[in-house]
Design a protein. Structure first.
Length: 197
């Protein structure tokens, strides 16, 4: 990665994180409720049984109403669990799941929860710091999702990767790297669109 690209991504990440952190609790709650209405309409939801979500932190769009919907439809919900400085896995998440904070202060399931491989997931809702309409994704910079779904670079197989973000996190163009795994679609509080549409 060139120094210019690295600097640009770092500056963009900092700016967009500040943007989403500046939203009030009421704005966050309203956005989460609007998002769940769009999520409920997704054809991908109807077709999916094993769905990965996340627990919001750092101003991320809250998926709690979406997770309630997943449970309400009798589908299986999974959350990421960090296992090392560079790897994560996906563990089952139910209403009665025991959660613990990881090294980043994010709640995650224990290692006793049901384990599923990334290839077995049907649909993944990924948190974004920034996104572009062509499916470009800017994450927190740890590369966890890119590593977990690296197999998608050579295959059109499942899971479907849908980025979740506030609409204010959209940028016209993102500096993309060879290891960045593109998104199938993006969903915000304003709606859903397929990457490249």
């Amino acid at each position: 990665m060139t120094a210019d690209k690295t600097t640009l991504r770092k500056q963009l990440r900092q700016h967009l994180r500040q943007q989403r952190q500046s939203l009030s609790a009421q704005q966050q709650q309203a956005a989460a409720e609007k998002l769940s209405l769009h999520f409920a309409q997704l054809p991908e939801l109807a077709e999916s049984q094993n769905i990965a979500a996340y627990l919001a932190s750092d101003g991320e769009l809250d998926l709690s109403p979406c997770i309630e919907l997943i449970w309400g439809q009798g589908k299986q919900c999974y959350l990421p669990r960090v296992t090392s400085a560079s790897q994560m896995e996906f563990r089952g998440y139910r209403q009665d799941s025991e959660l613990q904070n990881n090294r980043y202060g994010i709640a995650e399931p224990s290692n006793k929860a049901i384990l599923i491989s990334p290839e077995q997931l049907d649909l993944v809702l990924l948190p974004l710091v920034g996104f572009s309409r062509d499916g470009g994704r800017l994450g927190m910079g740890g590369g966890f999702y890119d590593r977990a779904f690296a197999f998608k670079a050579h295959s059109l197989s499942k899971p479907t990767l849908i980025g979740v973000a506030h609409s204010l996190q959209e940028v016209e163009q993102l500096p993309i790297e060879s290891w960045d795994i593109p998104l199938s679609a993006i969903i915000t509080e304003q709606g859903y669109f397929a990457a490249g549409s």
